[in-house]
Design a protein around this ligand. Structure first.
Ligand SMILES: Nc1ncnc2c1ncn2[C@@H]1O[C@H](COP(=O)(O)OP(=O)(O)O)[C@@H](O)[C@H]1O
Ligand SMILES: [Mg+2]
Length: 454
């Protein structure tokens, strides 16, 4: 039943009680006063119990949401858990306790309903009915009420029990749980306060790909640590930028701020001189392609996974992009070619293939800004070489402003400019040659890698 129907039914119940009392007054004032006195005692006691019940319901809803979250998490990470070989422990330490807590709160709530709310209700109503019947017989005997009046008051009194029952049942099983769920969901929404479009946000059009960070300071919510500190940089249209820095320096955070996954604490981020918090988010992200280290693949066909980048792409266009990304041959060797279904979270597609599919997606999307965030770091050297070739092809043919975050400096040799980020700041900025001459952080990184990777 919808909440609207439920509330409507509760209102009808209240109306029935009020109308009954009005009629009682017309027949005889004493039973009417008894009824009002009963309501005055009954309502606050039941209200108190119902308030307590809501807090129990809230605990129950929280426990349920946590348990479902863990189930969801365990299932979607089953592959990782299997690899670690800890599936039994995952059940033992995470899943089972969460489900037990869920069941416990369910039991507590039900017990509270049965023991307290139900019994209090029965006790109070029984006392009221007894008093009313006793009073009626007295009034009847002393001739203060007619037989018809007697029958009416008796009927109203007995009927009140069923009206109250249905009212309470409604509150306990429909309205209270709905309030508890709404409260729990609301607190969840509050926790993950999202970045929203301002009402006058505008879309981006004819993007040149100019990117500016002006004194940007950023920390993740709930943390004091400034991950980006007064960071300023200007990346011109079609420039190719490499970013290096130790892990945890803030490189991925830099990208997330550009995509406006989070709002910055102070300073501004601009694309084509437009502050990104005045751009419609959909439009901002439609103009940026990102190839991350972990590629998301859906449990759909390869073709559908490619169409994510461009829903109206023709099959020829998609095949062409896959050829450029050097993944076409891999796909046609799969059992159903482009119609092969990708396993749960893409387990049947190797890491290298996923990266090339991501490149094919970026080629299809053809966005004016392209970002690679350690896209090839997790791959073995031969696979990385293959991907590097396809990337270089892509970079040669498109005019996108490109940001490549990489561990291996050799992959950044063709970049126009390299930024070295440390502790949320750009500490060096210049071409490969210029940075080598600086004899600083970049030079020492270069010296430490030169033997191994060139
Ligand atoms: N979602 C997050 N919440 C809180 N801290 C985070 C989050 N993501 C990253 N961090 C922290 O921010 C810092 C920078 O992270 P990141 O930008 O991912 O570094 P990089 O990409 O350079 O390795 C790290 O100290 C990391 O622990
Ligand atoms: Mg990173």
């Amino acid at each position: 039943m919808t909440l609207f129907n439920t509330c409507f039914r509760a209102l009808v119940n209240i109306a029935v009680i009020i109308i009954s009392i009005i009629f009682l007054f017309r027949i005889n004032i004493t039973p009417a006063i008894v009824m009002i006195a009963f309501i005055l005692v009954y309502s606050p006691i039941i209200a108190l119990l119902l308030k307590k019940q809501i807090t129990l319901q809230e605990q129950y809803v929280n426990a349920r949401q946590k348990a479902l979250g863990i189930i969801n998490d365990s299932i979607s990470n089953i592959f990782g858990i299997k690899i670690i070989g800890n599936i039994l422990n995952e059940f033992k330490y995470k899943l089972t306790p969460a489900i037990t807590r869920w069941k416990d709160w369910d039991k507590k709530t039900r017990q509270f309903d049965a023991y307290f709310v139900d019994n209090a209700d029965t006790l109070l109503v029984t006392i009221m009915v007894a008093v009313q019947i006793y009073l009626l017989s007295y009034l009847f005997k002393s001739g203060q009420i007619s037989p018809g009046g007697f029958a009416f008051v008796a009927m109203v009194t007995l009927n009140l029990h069923s009206v109250l029952d249905s009212f309470l049942e409604n509150l306990l099983f429909n309205i209270n749980p709905a309030i508890a769920t709404a409260k729990a969901s609301f607190s969840f929404i509050n926790v993950t306060k999202d970045t929203l479009d301002s009402t006058n946000a505008t879309p981006l059009s004819n993007v040149r790909g100019d990117i500016k960070f002006e004194n940007v300071t950023f920390s993740y919510s709930g943390s004091e640590t400034e991950v980006l500190k007064q960071l300023s940089v200007h990346i011109e249209p079609s420039q190719r930028i490499g970013i290096v820095g130790t892990s945890g320096a803030g490189k991925t955070t830099f990208v997330k701020c550009l995509l406006r996954y989070f709002d910055v604490k102070s300073g501004r981020v601009l694309v084509d001189d437009q502050p990104i918090n005045t751009i419609q988010q959909e439009s901002l992200r439609a103009n940026i392609s990102v190839i991350p280290q972990d590629i998301t693949m859906f449990h759909r066909s390869i073709l559908e996974n490619l169409q994510l980048a461009k829903y109206d792409a023709s099959l020829d266009e998609i095949k062409d992009a896959c050829k450029k990304a050097r993944v076409h041959d891999d796909i046609i060797r799969m059992p159903q070619g482009y119609d092969s279904i990708v396993g749960e979270r893409g387990v049947k597609v190797s890491g290298g293939q996923r990266q090339r599919i991501a490149i094919a997606r970026a080629i299809l999307k053809n966005a004016p800004i392209l970002i690679l965030d350690e896209a090839t770091s997790a791959l073995d050297t031969p696979t990385e070489k293959l991907i590097q070739e396809s990337l270089n092809d892509m970079l040669e043919t498109n005019k996108a402003t490109t940001i490549v975050i990489a561990h291996r400096l050799s992959t950044l040799l063709h970049m126009d400019r390299i930024l070295v980020i440390e502790h949320g700041k750009i500490i060096e900025d210049g071409s490969h040659q210029a940075l080598l001459k600086l004899n600083g952080a970049y030079k020492s990184l270069w010296d430490s890698q030169v033997g191994g990777f060139l």
